[in-house]
Ligand binder design. Structure first.
Ligand SMILES: [Fe+2]
Length: 285
């Protein structure tokens, strides 16, 4: 954990803050244990964005989640972008900053998708060096997140969990474990998601992500546009036995529903966390 505030959300489920819900949340003082901000949307220096950010910072614990770094890319890291992240971390006293284990830029081309990396030693060396640069610049550990993938590389020599583990250990960073992404990869690539999760360094997991996918019949898309599927809830229940009750986020980024629906998903995650805590206490008694 990065600071003492982190303990306040240790066993808590939160939601991603979306612009559609901000006024409703602030006007009604909606009780949510914590919010995750898609930090790329909150980097403006002034204006309404900054005013909202100040109020939210005052009322709620926050985490920052990024999509713009292209952590696994081959272009030089953008330190002007990272300076904005650093400023926002300081301004909000956010608990941590996370990014994806992927690339999204190739030369002057930018992808809206978070593209997977080949699971090779060469990629590990490359990404570890870049994570260390980011952590040195920010002066703190970051969290990296496993991504969903719609292709596999012939060059890959490792499993996804071996790839993540080697990177996390060498860079000494933390992890977001996105249960839905492992589940999506299980369906699309026939990997066993629980086996992959069991092989991770679960002591490094600081946060869990849950989301809903779009079922396309022969494959699924990590669209973040639906309630969490029962198969993902089941996998989440097993994951908590490995990680303990770490902060859990409901991600819903497309076809965003009414706030009540999002809060109900958050409450469902909280029930899983509470049940895990109760079961653990009974086993210890
Ligand atoms: Fe995620």
């Amino acid at each position: 954990m990065q600071n003492t505030q982190a303990t306040s959300i240790q066993h808590q489920a939160g939601i991603g803050l979306r612009s559609q819900h901000i006024n409703q949340i602030l006007d009604n003082e909606i009780a949510v244990p914590w919010f995750e901000l898609l930090v790329d949307n909150w980097l403006a220096d002034g204006g309404l964005t900054r005013r909202y950010l100040d109020v939210i910072t005052e009322r709620y614990p926050l985490t920052l989640h990024g999509v713009g770094l292209s952590l696994g890319g081959t272009e030089p890291l953008d330190f002007s972008y990272l300076q904005k992240i650093k400023d926002t971390l300081q301004h909000t006293d956010a608990l941590w900053y996370s990014e994806h284990l992927c690339f999204s830029q190739l030369q002057s081309h930018f992808s809206h998708d978070l593209l997977p990396l080949p699971y090779t030693e060469e990629a590990i060396t490359h990404v570890v060096e870049r994570i260390q640069q980011v952590q040195d610049f920010l002066g703190r550990q970051i969290l990296i997140e496993n991504v969903s993938a719609y292709l596999e590389y012939q060059h890959s020599r490792l499993s996804e969990s071996e790839f993540i583990t080697e990177i996390a250990d060498a860079a000494d960073c933390k992890l977001i474990l996105d249960v839905n992404n492992f589940y999506v990869n299980q369906i699309n690539h026939k990997h066993d998601a629980l086996t992959e999760i069991q092989a991770l360094p679960n002591e490094r997991v600081e946060e869990i992500h849950l989301a809903g996918f779009a079922d396309k019949g022969e494959y699924v898309v990590d669209a973040h546009n639906n309630p969490v599927a029962q198969g993902v809830w089941d996998l989440y229940e097993e994951t908590l036995k490995l990680t303990g009750p770490v902060p859990t986020l409901i991600e819903w980024d497309n076809d965003i529903p009414e706030l009540d629906i999002l809060l109900a998903e958050k409450d469902k995650a909280q029930n899983y966390l509470n049940t895990h805590l109760t079961n653990t206490k009974q086993q210890c008694a």
